[in-house]
Structure formats: C-alpha cells, structure tokens
Ligand binder design. Sequence first.
Ligand SMILES: Cc1cc2nc3c(=O)[nH]c(=O)nc-3n(C[C@H](O)[C@H](O)[C@H](O)COP(=O)(O)OP(=O)(O)OC[C@H]3O[C@@H](n4cnc5c(N)ncnc54)[C@H](O)[C@@H]3O)c2cc1C
Length: 309
Amino acid sequence: MNDHYELVILGGGPAGLSAGLYAARARLDHVLIEKGAPGGQVLLTDWVDNYPGFPEGLTGFDLVERMTQHAKRFDLNIELACVTKVDLSNEKRKVLHLEDGGKVTCDTLIICNGARANTLDIPGELEMRGKGVSYCGTCDAPFYRNMHVAVVGGGNTAIQEAEYLTKFASKVTVIHRRDQLRATKIVQEIAFANKRIDFIWNSRITSIEGESGVERLNLIANNGTTSILDVQGVFILIGVTPNNAGLPLDLLKADQWGFIPTDIESRTAVPGVMAAGDICSKDVRQIVNAAGEGAVAVLAAEKYLQGLK
Ligand SMILES: Cc1cc2nc3c(=O)[nH]c(=O)nc-3n(C[C@H](O)[C@H](O)[C@H](O)COP(=O)(O)OP(=O)(O)OC[C@H]3O[C@@H](n4cnc5c(N)ncnc54)[C@H](O)[C@@H]3O)c2cc1C
C-alpha cells in the first residue's frame, strides 16, 4: 500500500465495489481498503432475486464475485486492512490509521463501511439464517408465498415490512416484547386493519427450531408463560447498527443512530468526504442503491479533485 492516494474507498461491499469500478475506470490514483473478503453483507445473503440484470437470480457469493471481477478488469486496487481511525481534522490531508499501526493519507475519501442487522442471539438463529431466518422483508418476502411467517419488532420498519409481507404470506404474526408498538400511528392503523396480520404482545422468542428450515418458534411471555408458534419463516427487524467505529461522527454530523447524512451527490458535511451505502442516513438499505450511491460518490470525488488543481 502507498502512503498517499488521490482517493481512498473505505469498505468493499456493493457500495465500495461500485465506487471501485468507477474510480478504476476514471483512472484515479485509488485504493479500496477492506478488512475481510470483499462483498460485505451480500456474503450473508443466500439468494439475491432483486438485483437488475440477473433475471434468474443468483447467490450473494456469485454477485460479489461478478462485482469484484468487473472492477478488477479496470485494475481496481484492493488492499486487505482494517481501518481503526479516520482523522478528518485537516481537510487537505485526510488520514486513515490502520490496525497494523500504519497509516494512509488521501485527498478525498468515500466511506462505504456499511452496517449490520441487529440479531436476537438466540439458539437456532444463526443456523437457520437463509433457511427461514431473514433480516430483510423487502429482499425475501416473495420466497414466503402462502406461508405463515413471524415478524419480530415494533418499530416503523418492522410494521411496514409486516404489511409488505402480507402481499405474499398467508398470515403474518408480529411478536413484540411490549404491549404497544413504537411505529407511527398511521403505520399502526394500517397494520391493525390488515386481516392477515395478528399480534403476540409482551413476548419474545427464546429459540428457533426446525429440521432443514424454520418450523417453529418457542416463545416466552413477560409473565413467564411459554408457548410454541408454528411458522415457516421469521423476519427479525429490530434495527440496524452502522459500522462507524473510528469515524469522526461529530465532524460528519452523524444522526442520532450514528448513520452519516449525505446530499444528493453523496457528499458528507466534510469537504472531500463522500459516503455511500448502508452507512448513510436513509430509509432504504438495498444492494441496488448502495451500488448506485458508490458510483455517484466517485463522480463527486472527481469534481472535488478537479477543484484542488
Ligand atoms: C441477511 C441479509 C440479506 C440481504 N439480502 C438482500 C437482498 O436480497 N437484496 C438486497 O438488495 N439487499 C439485501 N440485503 C441488504 C444489502 O446486503 C445491503 O444493503 C448492502 O450490502 C449494503 O452495501 P454496503 O456496501 O453499503 O455495505 P456492506 O455490505 O455492509 O459492506 C461494508 C463493507 O465494509 C467493510 N468495512 C467496514 N468497516 C471497515 C473498516 N473499519 N475497515 C475496513 N473495512 C471495513 C466490511 O467488512 C464490509 O465488507 C441483505 C442484508 C442482509 C444482512
């Protein structure tokens, strides 16, 4: 890895790989820094059915492989390293500190660190991931046509996704640990009026069971009563946590949850710093918009670099 680049792309999920493709094609002096295997959350995805250009669908692994190979055809420069701290106090010399003690400076930075779905951390959850345990209704709802599924959560996302799921599932049971939802009133009203949605209040799941896929959930109510719910899928929609460790959240004016606000050109509050993908403050977190934002961010980076000359 060099000491300095015109452009550093931090993170190699769909946003970072798309930014990498655009940066490499634009012949920018660049590096994409990724701490694990490129692909991000897509590597956790069994089957992707909603990325344009693949009418038959494809595995998450295959999609990532294609994205990586595509960018490498234009000489994408990927380095494996973990960035532990980003120093943006000097706009002209942005500094990234690496886990091995090294550092890299750059003129412009695109933050593509992504996010992770919050988990219940209960027996069966990890084993059944992709076999009936899902963290994204928009992504997986069509796989549950005419089935009974559960949704865990009580916020806007959970209840809106429960509503969306009823387009496919025969029945959706919302399991919530409190006696009322956190979702806004209008979202609640729509859900309460939907005959395919029912609610189990004051309860949580203690384990997920099934042979080759989800078959039943073991529940416990706040008063200690236990019960079993037979379902073919469970959507865990209890929030998303941004991968923002080491980022200067004050300078980036992060929102209350730690996501980074951007403008329509993917620019953050810090000049020359763009953000793309799930790390951004937004409602929709999908592969297609992460990739789109990665591309837009490079165009903004190019403009910024031209301004420096
Ligand atoms: C189980 C699951 C299934 C999904 N299914 C679908 C689907 O079918 N269709 C769809 O459109 N969307 C789906 N999504 C959502 C989709 O995966 C995300 O919207 C998308 O991956 C976001 O891309 P990203 O590049 O912003 O971030 P991520 O995919 O989160 O990638 C971020 C990358 O940054 C790296 N990174 C983070 N911090 C550092 C650091 N400090 N140093 C170096 N590297 C770092 C990470 O290792 C990671 O590789 C799914 C999500 C999950 C969890």
